[in-house]
Design a protein around this ligand. Structure first.
Ligand SMILES: Nc1ncnc2c1ncn2[C@@H]1O[C@H](COP(=O)(O)OP(=O)(O)OP(=O)(O)O)[C@@H](O)[C@H]1O
Length: 248
């Protein structure tokens, strides 16, 4: 079953038609990427999925429910997580404590004076497991602010995972990263999105081809093509759209 259905989405900004009818579905364990040249409308589409913008027409259905008019925090509570920004972490807390905070909030536990958080073995185990999954086991006691940039983004991904989302939204996950950091990030995203759906908005074709199960190409507000990576790679319209941009 599809976890996300994007149906007939249109978006105008004071008369400027940025999206003119976008449709796609994302399966419960599918990594789905949206690519497109600058100004294609990717960020706008992302903001409509996450709830920052309302569509001018069309609907967003998440887990069988029309969420088009719900605010971002309600979407988050339903299991839609926007990730890979470093704004969601507590800089002074250790990597482990950042994850533990998420795990505890997910478990619905309240901080209790009589109960020291680290004594709850299940929550600790779960936190350690998530840390290992995002590749930060050795940095467990390092304050977030002392982690390298790529590691901070990995930690943020761990915090996202601690909330057990059904869908992870990634906005240009490797932007600002070196080549090595990009490779590490791709491997990590593959690892951590094994059991969830994922929508990735990305400018970099190489990142998308190594990550996505399916790719859609947005071009001037419409979906130019949608398919498996090899289909997209072979698609003449896609080549034209990207070559056109490179020549420009
Ligand atoms: N809030 C807004 N008000 C008016 N126009 C907007 C707004 N947001 C985006 N646009 C316009 O919509 C078009 C698509 O922008 P968008 O940021 O969605 O593209 P993008 O594909 O994400 O591009 P990039 O890869 O450069 O981030 C652009 O022409 C942009 O100027």
């Amino acid at each position: 079953m599809a976890i996300l259905q994007v149906q007939g989405i249109q978006k105008d900004f004071s008369g400027l038609k940025v999206l003119t009818g976008v449709d796609f579905e994302v399966g419960a364990r599918e990594r789905f990427a949206v690519i497109g040249p600058n100004g294609a409308g990717k960020t706008t589409l992302f903001n409509i999925i996450s709830g920052k913008f309302r569509p001018s027409a069309g609907r967003v259905v998440f887990d069988g429910r029309d969420i088009s008019s719900l605010p971002p925090y309600t979407r988050a509570r339903l299991g839609m997580a926007r990730s890979f920004q470093i704004t969601n972490i507590f800089q002074r807390l250790s990597a482990l404590d950042n994850i533990l905070a998420g795990v505890r909030s997910r478990a619905g536990l309240r901080h209790h004076l009589l109960r020291r958080p680290h004594h709850d073995r299940d929550l600790m185990e779960r936190s350690e497991e998530i840390l290992a999954r995002v590749g930060l086991a050795e940095q467990r006691h390092t304050p977030a602010q002392e982690l390298a940039y790529g590691q901070q983004r990995a930690l943020e991904m761990g915090v996202t995972l601690s909330l057990e989302p059904k869908l992870v939204l990634l906005d240009e996950p490797t932007a600002g990263m070196s080549r090595q950091e990009t490779e590490d990030a791709i491997a990590m995203i593959q690892r951590v999105t094994r059991d969830t759906a994922c929508v990735i908005i990305e400018h970099d074709m190489n990142v998308v081809f190594s990550l996505a199960d399916r790719i859609s190409v947005l071009h001037y507000g419409v979906m130019l093509a949608c398919g498996k990576p090899e289909e997209i790679r072979a698609d003449q319209r896609v080549k034209d759209a990207y070559l056109g941009e490179e020549e420009a």
